[in-house]
Design a protein around this ligand. Structure first.
Ligand code: MN
Length: 145
């Protein structure tokens, strides 16, 4: 079931995070959240097919071309997570503070199991990006020239 992993990892009477609801829209939005968890990382999420395809990027999504960053795919998140900021309590999955670092829209040019090619129109992130699947849950993200 869609969002089953998201649901299993969380207790919704303890975390302020959005409930696991699939929401199909005709929008293509993205968000980058700065997540001060046990290790600081940035979560990159693309709205596709009623959920947010999600990656944890330890060093952040590059703003300049040709800087390759590891992006670890994590469970799909609900679309309402586009707007989530706040504190995930101690003891809960992903405990720590979440702040929106960038948000906007994207155009999807190509999506295969190996590659996602898209253009971001955010406040900080703008331009053509690609995610390349390397192995297991690991991807590389970079901005194209
Ligand atoms: Mn995270």
């Amino acid at each position: 079931m869609v969002l089953e992993t998201y649901k299993k990892k969380r207790k919704f009477n303890k975390t302020p995070e959005p409930k696991p609801v699939v929401k199909k829209t005709n929008l293509s939005r993205f968000v980058v959240q700065e997540h001060h968890a046990s290790h600081l990382h940035w979560d990159f999420r693309l709205e596709i097919d009623g959920v947010l395809k999600s990656w944890a990027v330890p060093k952040g999504v590059p703003e300049k071309p040709n800087i390759k960053r590891l992006a670890v795919q994590v469970e799909d998140h609900p679309v309402d997570y586009l707007f989530f900021e706040g504190k995930i309590p101690e003891g809960q999955y992903g405990a720590g503070t979440v702040k929106i670092w960038d948000q906007g829209n994207f155009k999807l040019y190509e999506q295969t199991p190996q590659l996602i090619d898209f253009e971001l129109s955010g406040k900080r992130l703008k331009g053509n990006y690609v995610l390349i699947h390397t192995r297991a849950n690991q991807w590389i993200i970079f901005k194209k020239k």
